[in-house]
Write a protein that binds this ligand. Structure first.
Ligand SMILES: Cc1cc2nc3c(=O)[nH]c(=O)nc-3n(C[C@H](O)[C@H](O)[C@H](O)COP(=O)(O)O)c2cc1C
Length: 318
């Protein structure tokens, strides 16, 4: 855990997952100022818009933060890497694609490389290609997931066993108990997404936050299975309509069009669940307040420590 924090120059082993197109400088800086690693989710954004967020984030925090590039989602991967180098962003998270071609240039420029994986095979490949840190994401997680659909609880120890670099657990973590559990499984820290939506600084529509407060664990659905494009979203009129269209044989092209960023932004930023959708992980069922990012991160750290010492005191095997 200490080693992972040293690699990323952060105080607490908590990474904000990239949230393509919708995570703004306020949220990213709040996470970094609270001791975690904030992440700008580049999504499909053009380089000019990303550069603006980088500059605004730098105004709001002197702490390290990351850029997330979802490789098969962005048309601007090379431009974003140039931006990361130009602005000396301290880490880049590579997800949803093959990271290997991009690792050497980031390394040469002293940028830490975090790779999101969902299988032992990909974890080993990313380590071999030169990743500094892995995020291993189970399919409880919000948003685009691996079609392999492995759960966090089983994925983390399998990967930890097979690689030497630090592994952060993602998918289903929303409190100190989840953080403690991830550490017990051998992770060096956690990456969280859904839990951060329901925070004071998150720039998302109030309806999105309220829906997460009301949600149970079964209030998410997985879209995109027929096309090998698994995406976990919150139930809602538009999202359930998409599930219905899938059943009725919607083409891949239609699916891509109907789940494009326009509809994601309609849900997440405009709070319009009739014409748009939002990402959510199963951990939605655990969320029942809207703290500040600092309160959330500190309570996770405090509670994880409490849970670990309680177990250490009470666990007996004679
Ligand atoms: C609104 C939202 C948007 C997301 N967009 C991205 C993205 O653009 N790239 C990415 O790698 N992961 C994305 N994710 C996944 C998160 O980075 C993170 O790994 C995931 O949310 C962790 O699981 P959890 O939701 O159970 O905490 C997104 C998650 C959310 C909630």
């Amino acid at each position: 855990m200490k080693q992972a924090c040293e690699i990323l120059s952060i105080k607490y082993p908590i990474i904000q997952g990239g949230m393509g197109n919708i995570s703004n400088a306020i949220l990213v800086a709040a996470v970094s100022n609270a001791g975690g690693l904030g992440t700008i989710g580049c999504g499909t954004m053009a380089p000019g818009a990303i550069e603006q967020i980088i500059m605004e984030t730098k105004k709001r925090t002197a702490q390290p933060f990351a850029l997330n590039i979802a490789l098969t989602v962005s048309e601007y991967v090379d431009d974003i890497i140039r931006l990361a180098i130009k602005h000396q962003v301290s880490a880049v998270t590579l997800s949803a694609g093959n990271p290997a071609p991009y690792i050497p240039i980031l390394k040469q420029n002293g940028i830490r490389i975090i790779v999101v994986v969902a299988s032992v095979l990909h974890a080993k490949k990313a380590e071999k290609a030169g990743a500094d840190i892995l995020v291993a994401e189970g399919y409880e997680a919000a948003g685009i997931n691996s079609s392999l659909e492995l759960t966090t609880f089983t994925l983390i120890p399998q990967i930890v066993k097979k690689v030497k670099i630090p592994v952060f657990a993602a998918g289903g973590i929303g409190d100190g108990k989840g953080l403690a559990a991830a550490l017990m499984l051998g992770a060096s820290g956690v990456q969280i997404g859904t839990r951060l939506i329901a925070t004071a600084e998150a720039p998302f529509h109030q309806t999105y936050k309220e829906k997460l407060l009301k949600a149970n664990g079964e209030d998410t659905i997985v879209l995109g299975r027929p096309y090998g494009r698994v995406r976990r979203v919150l139930k809602g009129e538009y999202a359930e309509g998409l599930a219905d269209l899938e059943q009725r044989g919607m083409t891949f092209r239609e699916f891509q069009q109907k789940t494009s960023e326009t509809y994601h932004i309609k849900g997440a930023i405009d709070g319009d669940f009739q014409h748009g959708y939002v990402n959510s992980g199963q951990v939605a069922g655990l969320i029942d307040d809207v703290p500040s990012v600092k309160q959330l991160i500190e309570s996770m750290m405090r509670d994880a420590r409490l849970q670990i010492s309680k177990i250490a005191e009470n666990f007996r095997f004679d």
